[in-house]
Each structure stands twice: as C-alpha cells, then as structure tokens.
Design a binder for this molecule. Structure first.
Ligand SMILES: Nc1nc2c(ncn2[C@@H]2O[C@H](COP(=O)(O)OP(=O)(O)OP(=O)(O)O)[C@@H](O)[C@H]2O)c(=O)[nH]1
Length: 327
C-alpha cells in the first residue's frame, strides 16, 4: 500500500469516528433535552397546588407529585407499586379503590368528594380521576387530581345548616319541614301509609316575654323544643315553624297514636315546672296547646292536612288552652 493510500484510509477512518461522535452527541443531547423536559414537567406538577398521581391498571401508584409524596411522607421510589390501603384507613381505601375501578372499567372521568379522618380532624378532598391511554389507544392506568376543599366544605355545610335549621333551637325550620312533609305526604299517598301531624303552640307566651323578658322567652322556647325532642321517635320530624310554634310530622302513625303522643307531650310540658324554675324561679309552669290531624284520602296536598291540624289547634286554644284537639 502506498503512503498516499494509507493517508486516505486514515482520513476516512477519522471522518467515520467524527461522524460517530457527532451522531452520539446528537442522541445524547436529545436524551438530555427529554430528561430536562420531563424534569421541568415534574417541577410544574409539583407546583400546581393539587395532589397529582398516576396509577396503573391494577390501581398501583406509578407516580405522585411532591404534594402526594409529602402527604404520605415517602419518596417517589417508595411510592411506586404501592396501593391506597398502605396510606388510608380500610374504609377510605375501599372508596378510593372502588372509584379507581369505576374509572378503569367504564373508561370515564369521574369526580367525588372524599372525607379523610386525620386523628379526629376531617379533611375533605375533591377528586377528579380520568383514564389514561397510550398512543395506540390502549388503557394504561389513570391520572388523578385531588384538591383540599375542607374550608369550602365546612362553609357549605354551615350555609346548609343556616338555610334548613332554626338557629335558636337547632331544629328544622319551616322551609325544610315543608320539604320533608311534601315528600312524606306523597309517599304516604302512594303506598296507602298512615301519616299524622301535630302543631304545638306555647300558651300565653307573650306574657312570658312581657313579664320576664325576651331572653327568658328564648329559654322557654328551647325547653319546649327539648321536651318534644325527648318524646319522639327517630323517624319523626320536629321543627320550629314559627316564633312559639312547633310541628311534628309522624310517618306511619295513625290518628289514635298521634293523639296519645300529643297528650303525653302536653302532660310532660305541664309537669316540667321544675324545668321552668331553672330558667327563672318565678316563672310559672309552661303549658302548650296542640292540634292533631292525619292524612285523608280526599287530601290533595300536605297543605290540606296542615289546615286541619291548624284548625284543631285553634279549637284547643279556644277551649281554654293546655289541651289537645283532633280535626
Ligand atoms: N322570646 C321570643 N319570643 C318570640 C319569638 N318569636 C315570637 N315570639 C313572641 O311570641 C309571642 C306570641 O304571642 P301571641 O301570638 O300573642 O300568643 P300567646 O301569647 O302565646 O297566646 P296564645 O297563643 O293565644 O296562648 C309574641 O310576643 C312574640 O313576640 C322568639 O324567637 N323569642
């Protein structure tokens, strides 16, 4: 081989090596860029302010953002392959697993509010889960996003409480009583069940206010509510429907049973003189008047039944109070 040929071979070899280095460099750079990109996506997910995770088709964690890792107190490596029963109570883990399976089997997005008890302190999370597919449309797992909505949930519950309950006695107010009553009325009509109602009014209550003041009046209202509450069943609905007026809806109760209960309430109220004395020593015994009515085939709505009970209450007042009447 001549010197010229050797030189040519060396040059070709050098060129080939340079080309190899160039190709490798490009592949390396691409891999680096991809890694950097992934890193920056993860960094973004860490800063979203929501708990983000990915699970495989067996509901095992594949990925969790920093909030998830902090919440569980573990590393990304430790998270991989684990399931929710590692981190939550059996009850909560069961709900989460059921939701995961629903998303995977229906291949549909779903949302749910989950309450988690952390040493007696409830945290509420709003969870959105969505199925994950690869490029070929094959299901590979699910992605979930959870946000802590404890504050909103507490506020919503308080607002609901305010809308449905009377602040003085904490009983249902007239609005929610009417809603329950309409519902129970339709049910009783449909299944030919008995349904009764009583309206209770504190006697000469104006005198209590005028003589002992509004605050004592308020205490009397609370005591009457408590006496009623002590005597009713779980299924009965007790409400404060006006200033010194209460109503009790009695599902599956006929007129005779309702009358007997009303009498028991009247007597219990009358004999709670001791209770009155604890509010104010001079306070006389508080009595109540009651009107009772039951559902009738001819009734077109709950209002018909209510009107009869109201009429019966009027009769009780008319005959001298501290009495029960049926209409
Ligand atoms: N303390 C207090 N009083 C209330 C409240 N709501 C209504 N009242 C009072 O309840 C009284 C009701 O009086 P009336 O409707 O005249 O009836 P009454 O004195 O009980 O007489 P009868 O019903 O005929 O036995 C009024 O003085 C109202 O101001 C309340 O939330 N607290």
């Amino acid at each position: 081989m001549s010197i010229d040929n050797i030189g040519l071979l060396v040059m070709v070899l050098l060129g080939f090596i340079a080309l190899l280095i160039l190709v490798n460099l490009t592949v390396f750079r691409k891999a680096q860029t991809k890694k950097q990109q992934l890193n920056s996506y993860e960094q973004i997910l860490d800063q979203v302010g929501a708990y983000i995770y990915v699970k495989d088709v067996n509901c095992r964690y594949v990925y969790g953002n920093q909030l998830i890792l902090d919440y569980f107190g573990i590393s990304q490596e430790q998270l991989k392959g684990t399931i929710d029963s590692h981190y939550f109570s059996p009850h909560v883990a069961d709900i989460l697993l059921r939701n995961d399976r629903k998303v995977l089997s229906l291949q549909q997005k779903m949302a749910d509010d989950i309450m988690i008890d952390n040493d007696g302190f409830n945290t509420v999370f709003h969870e959105i889960k969505q199925p994950l597919f690869d490029r070929n449309g094959q299901l590979i797992g699910l992605i979930g996003i959870s946000t802590d909505i404890t504050e909103e949930f507490t506020l919503r519950t308080e607002l609901q409480q305010l809308a449905n309950n009377d602040p003085l006695t904490d009983l249902y107010n007239r609005r929610s009583f009417n809603a329950f009553s309409e519902h129970e009325f339709s049910r009783a009509m449909r299944y030919f069940n008995s349904l009764s109602l009583m309206i209770i009014d504190i006697d000469l209550f104006k005198n209590v206010n005028d003589t002992y003041g509004h605050l004592v009046g308020d205490e009397v209202i609370k005591r009457v509510a408590a006496v009623c509450d002590e005597h009713i069943r779980e299924a009965d609905i007790l409400a404060r429907i006006g200033g010194e007026e209460f109503a009790i809806l009695l599902p599956d109760t006929d007129i005779d049973s309702a009358f007997k209960l009303a009498e028991r309430l009247r007597v219990a109220q009358q004999t709670s003189k001791h209770a009155s004395a604890t509010i104010n020593e001079a306070l006389p015994g508080i009595t109540i008047s009651i009107g009772v009515a039951s559902i009738q085939v001819k009734d077109r709505s709950f209002a018909d039944m209510f009107a009869r009970a109201d009429k019966a209450l009027y009769s009780s007042k008319h005959i001298g109070r501290n009495s029960v009447n049926v209409a």
